[in-house]
Design a protein around this ligand. Structure first.
Ligand code: ADP
Ligand code: MG
Length: 300
């Protein structure tokens, strides 16, 4: 392959909204046979909206206000939706102050409230590891997840007491990006097997997969689990492309034979990737693969 011909390919990529880190990347792109796709922010728009709030032993308004306060410093699509819902629920009322905010990528967030109590909001299984979860909350999570919603649980401690108690469930829905279904069909037409890989619950993942035409779903994974899934596919002999946008996708993007970051995603994801899909349009993934195949055919 002559460098000049490869650069012609990369120049065309730039005009199509695909930024390529180096011309050598086209070679890996050409051989891809499995495309692992993150859900939130990659297949879906990542513009989540709160659809239901269930309170257990506290007021519904407190669930939203406290969850909103905890999520205020986070950039996760779930956090932005919870903060928006909290502000809309109590217009003009500032969210409570929190201290010691910490984000656990792929799990949720924790902070300390003004009265010194610890609080956490995040993935139901992660909350269950650190909090007492009343049956009422467990049932609400199951009911909401069965509808395909994403759920997060709020847990509160009391001052001086290390143990937390789950006090509420927030259900969220996301919309598909309008081009995702088309993008999946284009990948399949190129002979590439799409796999949906997400930290979200199985039912929410299956709902989205069915809407875009993906059969293979790996759900409920932790950020390290995303890397392990890419490695597992590579050990099976696949050349793996990974498309993602989040902090939790960065390690898997770096591990993949070809990492593609949504240009609308986080800087960490973009830095870990070989290609950036500037428009955040999943169709740029099959476009990039088709382009590299054509470019290398011209060279041979
Ligand atoms: P995805 O793989 O779909 O991009 P993530 O790995 O970012 O999803 O998140 C997986 C799960 O972790 C979410 O469905 C949610 O339950 C929980 N989670 C992650 N970040 C947050 C947050 N800021 N607030 C609440 N829950 C969160
Ligand atoms: Mg994501």
């Amino acid at each position: 392959a002559t460098p000049t011909a490869l650069l012609v390919g990369t120049g065309r990529g730039a005009r199509l909204g695909i930024l390529i880190k180096g011309p050598e990347i086209l070679e890996a792109t050409r051989r891809v046979d499995v495309a692992v796709l993150d859900k939130t922010g990659t297949i879906t728009a990542g513009r989540m909206a709160v659809t239901e709030v269930v309170a257990s032993g506290v007021e519904r308004a407190d669930v939203l206000a406290l969850a909103g306060a905890l999520e205020a410093p986070s950039e996760h699509p779930i956090a932005r939706a919870v903060v928006a819902a909290a502000r809309a629920d109590a217009p003009g009322t500032p969210l409570p102050e929190v201290e010691d905010f910490a984000a656990a990528a792929g799990f949720g967030v924790t902070a300390t409230l003004a009265d010194g109590a610890r609080a956490a909001v995040g993935r139901p299984a992660w909350i269950a590891e650190q909090a007492r979860v009343p049956d009422e909350v467990t049932r609400a999570v199951a009911r909401l997840e069965a509808t395909g919603a994403t759920t997060v649980v709020l847990a509160l401690g009391s001052d001086g007491d290390a143990a937390l108690t789950a006090v509420g469930v927030i259900a969220l829905a996301d919309e598909l990006k309008p081009t995702s279904r088309d993008a999946v069909a284009q990948l399949v037409a190129l002979g590439i097997t799409p796999v949906l890989l997400t930290g979200d619950a199985e039912a929410a993942a299956r709902t989205v997969a069915a809407q875009v035409g993906i059969e293979s779903v790996v759900a409920g994974v932790l950020p390290e689990g995303k890397v392990r899934e890419v490695e597992r596919l590579q050990r099976e002999g696949h050349v793996v492309a990974m498309v993602g946008d989040g902090v939790n996708d960065a390690a898997a993007l770096a591990q993949a034979d070809l990492g593609l970051a949504m240009g609308t995603g986080t800087d960490v994801a973009i830095e870990a990737s070989d290609l950036t899909l500037v428009r955040g349009d999943l169709r740029s993934a099959p476009t990039a693969i088709a382009l590299s195949r054509r470019t290398l055919r011209v060279i041979r």
